[in-house]
Design a binder for this molecule. Structure first.
Ligand SMILES: [Zn+2]
Length: 307
């Protein structure tokens, strides 16, 4: 840490003159870009909370639906159909890009048919999206399974399978979702947003090179989160602490750090997917799911009696 004049890490000024001149003089270690890349995000004390949260989200799904065995091959493609009123879109995916589910969501958001409200996907009228209006012709991979649940979307056949590329934490999200702090809170805090400000401060503390008592999180609504409670923004300014702005952190200018945050989340999804898929519960559940699917198929195939 720099001595004397403490180096401010003000996220509202990512292109600080001081930083760019420093990087010109000493391009090796001092530039902000370098600093960002060398931060090791470990989520600190909230790392275990992240793992717990994802396990809990997965277990909540399992209370209603058994998790299927994920059998998509690298070159296989899935198609998601999304509907709203007269609008119907069908999106297929090639495996090395955004998964079909996410492409369909992105399109519905772009067209204004669906909206992201409080970290969840709703119709333009504010209703939940039903399964008949959001379906995929294949199993959801383990990443989509967690993300769809978090977003409040219906699940067709959920799994705990790691898609081969998503398994490398390469799982592109629609921009609106990626930069929504409440989606992050939902993934990292068991789909609850009750104490979103506290959770966000805790999550972002991995990126902030100050002691807990030396900075505040500007929530952008006239209030700020200290490490021990909510204060007005005026009180926060008077405190002399360093300001970290929530809005600036979750901005495209700060994509390096937002990407790191998601990489950490995807790492936790991947690890817990693996653990569950390999566990006795996971194997048994996949077997049972396959049997009941087969039964459903057979029943569907039976010709209806003509009399
Ligand atoms: Zn997927």
């Amino acid at each position: 840490m720099a001595r004397g004049g403490r180096k401010r890490k003000d996220l509202s000024e990512p292109d600080e003159v001081k930083d760019s001149s420093e990087s010109a003089d000493r391009p090796s270690k001092r530039s902000r870009a370098k600093t960002l890349k060398t931060i090791t995000v470990s989520f600190g004390k909230s790392k275990s909370k992240l793992t717990q949260s994802i396990n809990l989200i997965r277990n909540t799904i399992r209370k209603k639906q058994k998790l299927a065995k994920y059998q998509m091959h690298d070159k296989q493609s899935a198609t998601t159909t999304a509907r709203h009123g007269d609008l119907e879109i069908r999106k297929s995916t090639s495996p090395d890009t955004m998964h079909a589910e996410m492409v369909a969501i992105k399109e519905m958001l772009d067209k204004g048919a669906w909206r992201l409200i409080n970290g969840r996907i709703k119709t333009a009228q504010g209703h939940d999206v039903e399964l008949e209006n959001f379906s995929t012709d294949a199993c959801h991979c383990g990443f989509c399974t967690i993300m769809l649940r978090v977003l409040g979307l219906p699940l067709g056949r959920p799994t705990a399978g790691n898609h081969i590329l998503a398994g490398n934490d390469n799982y592109p999200l629609p921009t609106e979702i990626k930069y929504d702090p409440l989606v992050v809170v939902r993934v990292a805090r068991s789909n609850l947003t009750d104490n979103a400000a506290v959770a966000l401060r805790e999550i972002l503390s991995s990126f902030v090179p100050y002691k807990d008592d030396d900075w505040y999180l500007d929530l952008g609504n006239g209030t700020a989160e200290f490490n021990n409670g909510r204060v007005t923004i005026a009180q926060a300014k008077e405190s002399g602490r360093v300001r970290i702005s929530l809005e600036d952190f979750f901005s495209k200018k700060n994509s390096d750090e937002v990407n790191m945050l998601w990489k950490e989340i995807f790492g936790a999804i991947r690890t817990t997917n693996n653990q569950f898929a390999k566990s006795r519960d996971g194997k048994r559940e996949a077997r049972q799911e396959a049997e009941s699917e087969e039964k459903k198929r057979k029943t569907a195939r039976k010709p209806k009696p003509s009399h």
